[in-house]
Design a protein around this ligand. Structure first.
Ligand SMILES: Nc1nc2c(ncn2[C@@H]2O[C@H](COP(=O)(O)OP(=O)(O)OP(=O)(O)O)[C@@H](O)[C@H]2O)c(=O)[nH]1
Length: 521
């Protein structure tokens, strides 16, 4: 798994986690709390509406009661004295009481007096629905005087559908002021349901309210009747309530617009804003991590990888703002420097002969192979000299191994100097054998070099008492010169050239030592 992939997955997991946390909090805690408070508020609105309507009825009932429990009204039922109605139910009476009609019935539902008067318009109107002999169903508007035993059953109120529109009514059994006497009938007050009534209800309940009359005979079972609370229903911006008439038939449909005209949703503006901010922050966070941590690490890793592929250790070149990253980079670069130094030491050790401090056999093989190839390509002449110290076993035996080592060191130093002077290369070929090669030279120059080598060793004048050849250290050398033509012919190898040099060395040894044997091929 890459670091970037890990960070992307981590960021996505974090985003999902925080989103679920916020949405979960909203769904399980915040939203139910808000919904409950709105539900409470809407319950209170419905309760206020109900109380306001009940108050209207209480007012009507109180007025009605005053007239029902009055000796004058009671006496009227006995003598039907017209003066009673002429003096008590004039236009001003309706206007001051704010009622739209008075109806008096005997115990047999015969209307003994009836007056429908629109107190707002100051006009009389017909109210045939109040004729209880014709509209027997409407008899429900008055209490049954015969069954009236307690105060509650002596009065009645509610709504009634009439040809002129819905009305509120209040009725009461007629009694004397001291509440004595046989039941003689009932008195009914009506009041029209007007827009002004609905407006005053709306003001008290602090809702917007409108109403529609329901056609006679329509049934609206799916609409709840007006009560003081929600009825197993959800909160809403508006709802309907139906008002029933005295016979339980739907009369009015109230359209209630609640105070809360927007309901809380799961993803409201705040939640969306918070989530958006969080997503932006997460992306920003990812950008920063990617830009300042992941990208430097990736470029560092790819630089290291490329070094490994090319086998070329180099210090990291990029910089970083953060201290830890800078410490890491500078630490790596210091390590690379150390490794390079050690590598170069190791390379030197692996190529240099420990005793003589000139190239060893392994290094020489590499160098001569490369130089040979170059000489072949450039068609240069190439000369190889293989030399061996004469009777070195005797030297060791005479001067000791340490003395032998010293002699080999001095000899190597001399050979090194000679090689450098003639732009050649020298190496310890093994034991007391050395090898040299030269290129871009003539045969004559090569012969000259081989002779100078012999002389130079003699001039070292290292005593060799045990040598049967001379009293000083001498060498024998096998020299082979490959001409340009030979190299361009491409039919001779460096191995064969060295082998030829070895044969020449053998020849020099056999012909008395302290000699060079030269051959040109
Ligand atoms: N002191 C010392 N001696 C070495 C070293 N390497 C090889 N020798 C000795 O060199 C000697 C080579 O002996 P031989 O191969 O018999 O040859 P030689 O005695 O030189 O006789 P010719 O080559 O025939 O003249 C051996 O005694 C080796 O021990 C070295 O590093 N130091």
């Amino acid at each position: 798994m890459t670091l970037r992939f890990f960070v992307i997955i981590g960021t996505l997991i974090l985003m999902c986690f925080v989103t679920s946390l916020l949405v979960g909090y909203r769904y399980f805690f915040s939203l139910p709390t808000i919904n409950t408070s709105i539900e409470d508020y809407q319950n209170r609105e419905l309760l206020s509406l109900k109380i306001a309507l009940d108050k209207e009825f209480i007012f009507l009932e109180t007025l009605n009661y005053d007239y029902a429990v009055w000796d004058d009204t009671y006496n009227y039922m006995a003598d039907f004295d017209a003066e009673y109605v002429d003096s008590n139910f004039v236009g001003d009476t309706f206007y001051s009481l704010k009622i739209d009609g008075v109806f008096i019935y005997d115990v047999n539902f015969n209307m003994v007096y009836g007056q429908a008067y629109d107190y707002m318009k100051h006009t009389e109107f017909d109210a045939p629905d109040l004729d209880l002999q014709v509209n027997k169903l409407n008899r429900a508007i008055i209490p049954n005087p015969k069954a009236a035993n307690d105060d509650n059953s002596l009065s009645h109120s509610g709504f009634l559908q009439t040809a002129g529109g819905p009305v509120m009514f209040a009725s009461h059994v007629i009694k004397r002021t001291d509440k004595t006497g046989e039941p003689v009938g009932s008195i009914v007050f009506i009041k029209k349901v007007r827009p002004s009534l609905i407006k005053s209800l709306a003001e008290i309940a602090q809702v917007e309210l409108s109403y529609t009359q329901i056609a006679h005979g329509s049934s609206l079972n799916d609409i709840a009747t007006l009560k003081g609370s929600l009825q197993e229903e959800d909160i809403a911006t508006q709802r309907k309530r139906v008002i029933l008439d005295v016979n339980g038939k739907p009369l009015l449909a109230l359209n209630i617009k609640h105070h809360h005209q927007t309901l809380p949703v799961l993803f409201d503006h705040y939640l969306k804003l918070i989530l958006l901010m969080f997503f932006v922050m997460s992306l920003l966070g990812f950008y920063i991590v990617n830009r300042y941590f992941i990208e430097p690490l990736i470029s560092g890793a790819s630089a290291i990888n490329s070094m490994l592929v090319k086998n070329d250790l180099q210090p990291l070149r990029f910089t970083n703002q953060f201290l830890e990253m800078r410490v890491l980079i500078s630490g790596f670069n210091a390590l690379i420097k150390q490794v390079k130094e050690q590598n170069s030491k190791l390379e030197k050790i692996s190529k240099i002969d420990g005793l003589t401090q000139i190239y060893n056999r392994r290094a020489f093989d590499e160098i001569i192979a490369a130089q040979w190839e170059q000489a072949q390509q450039q068609q240069n002449a190439f000369g190889v000299i293989l030399l061996d110290v004469d009777h070195f076993k005797n030297y060791n035996d005479f001067y000791g191994h340490q003395g032998g080592d010293n002699a080999l060191q001095l000899l190597a130093g001399k050979l090194q100097k000679m090689a450098k002077q003639n732009t050649g290369t020298v190496a310890r070929y093994g034991g007391e054998e050395f090898i040299l090669f030269f290129k871009e030279l003539s045969y004559e120059e090569f012969v000259n070099i081989s002779q100078q080598l012999l002389l130079a060793v003699r001039e070292l004048n290292l005593p060799h008492e045990a040598s049967p050849v001379r009293k000083y250290l001498t060498i024998s050398a096998g020299c082979v010169f490959a001409t340009k033509e030979t190299l361009s012919g491409n039919n001779v190898s460096i191995q064969s050239l060295i082998k030829e040099a070895d044969i020449m060395l053998y020849e020099a040894k056999n012909s008395g030592r302290d000699k060079t044997s030269i051959k040109s091929i």
